[in-house]
Design a protein around this ligand. Sequence first.
Ligand code: ATP
Length: 261
Amino acid sequence: MTQPAPIVRLQDVRLDRGGRTILRGLDLSVSPGQVVAVLGPSGSGKSTLLAALTGELDAAAGTVEVFGRPIPTRHRELLELRKGIGVLLQGNGLLTDLSAAENVGLPLRAHTRLPKPVIERLVDMKLHAVGLRAARDAYPRELSGGMARRVALARALALDPPLMIYDEPLTGLDPIASGVVMALVRRLNDTLGLTSIVVTHHVHETLPVADHALVIANGGIVFSGTPEALQATTDPLVRQFLDGQPDGPIGFDAAPRTEAA
Ligand SMILES: Nc1ncnc2c1ncn2[C@@H]1O[C@H](COP(=O)(O)OP(=O)(O)OP(=O)(O)O)[C@@H](O)[C@H]1O
């Protein structure tokens, strides 16, 4: 049986920022339907990797392919590509003077010419998908942290992107809300036929819903395998991160931005 074409493929990629190499030798293949956890300590380059996937940052070397094509360099093609990638950023980015439904409808109003009643219907479907149809008229200040995160998730799904990218989706959430959000990430991935990349340092909440895990540290990928293999690893560098030990092969502080050339 032939393997399905990967949704994301990186081959020997190097990523620089501010004249400094942040990550090198990146090889990665994400198959359709997978939930991939990208783990790593603070400052290891997780957001940098995401920026390369959305075309916000060009690779200094190697190739980055999304949906089977190299990331386009032309602005218009890049915008087209980005419509296929739903991004849930750290924090929710909800507009405070718009209701939940109006927030979810934003990408539909900005990127489609669908008539208002159709947009309303799609918004209801997205809110239903995250279990929040009853909160459609609530304003962000009236929502709990977990509910606001789910509204932001519904908005990221508005244009039916085949690829979802989550950047620290659990920041600021309590353990119960974290469990709800991660279960939702998995359920939406499977029911909507998505592929998901979840960048996080919340290892224990994320691994149970992931098919594949990567650990980034010391300028590259130091682990790539199943969540079970990750839990069982004896690699001292990976163990230091998993067990939250301050001393070991991972330097405590990455070089700050101001030191960049
Ligand atoms: N725009 C930039 N210019 C220069 N250096 C940058 C820039 N953005 C990030 N860096 C540096 O790149 C390195 C990786 O940062 P990045 O934000 O990708 O890490 P991260 O793993 O996402 O961290 P965190 O978990 O804290 O969000 C850091 O040393 C950071 O200082």
